[in-house]
Design a binder for this molecule. Sequence first.
Ligand code: CP
Length: 293
Amino acid sequence: MLGLAAEYKAALVERPGERLTTLHGRAVVNLFFENSTRTRTSFEFAAKRLGADVVNFDVATSSIAKGETLVDTAETIEALGADFIVMRHPASGACQYLMRHVTASLINAGDGAHEHPTQALLDALTVQEALGKIEGARISILGDALHSRVARSAIWALTKLGAKVTLAGPSTLVPIEFASMNVRVVHEFDEAVRDADVIYLLRVQTERQASNFLPSLSEYRALFGMDAERLAMTKPGALIMHPGPVNRGVEVTREVMDSPRSRILGQVTNGVAVRMAVLTLLDRTRQKSGVRR
Ligand code: CP
């Protein structure tokens, strides 16, 4: 998977305008019940680059506003010709639920506080590109893990690939129960970043009520925000990552985002290559299993 994504990344750099025919004749529908810039746009770029037709379904102006259910909506989209449905939904488990009702390939683009698998894959590609390998890398994930689908998927993927993962943040947002995911849990910034090869800053998710778990954003910034002064105290060359969107000045300052150590925009770029690889591999699986319209 990461190998194919790396090949696509190289092709995107060398031949930026190229259009492939890998998914010619297939239709990809982006079905996003929550806002997105990176995930939705990169799936669209990825699918178009592979030669697919792409529809960005507009939830707000759809018949969902008239009370049509998720299942009826997905079945309707499939009846209209979707081969792939890329779905983001506020409910954890929404994709697993919908899988029972459609034969189109369903890709989880983030479900509640549960999982964000393609984010984890692009994060893995970014670490591999920067460090040469993931196995043995010391990766510290800082912030609001409790509400973070990004953190859950990143922990799962990076530990599976052999990274040594530390999870850090206020104890309200990083409960000790996360230790069962094969990570070290700490509650001090300095302890978390000491020796880290990668410092992965999570977004404080105020829309998922994280503010109820924090005295204030300014206190969070004082305890766990990354600024130039703190960056200077980390291991030389340690990378800064963040899934976006950034609460600028809370998790990370503009100065750090713009520093050569930041891979934040590199992560975004890698999203296209990774999502091309996901779509390609899923299409191969569909063809092998004979699921073709
Ligand atoms: N990282 C991420 O999922 O960003 P978007 O919400 O912009 O898609």
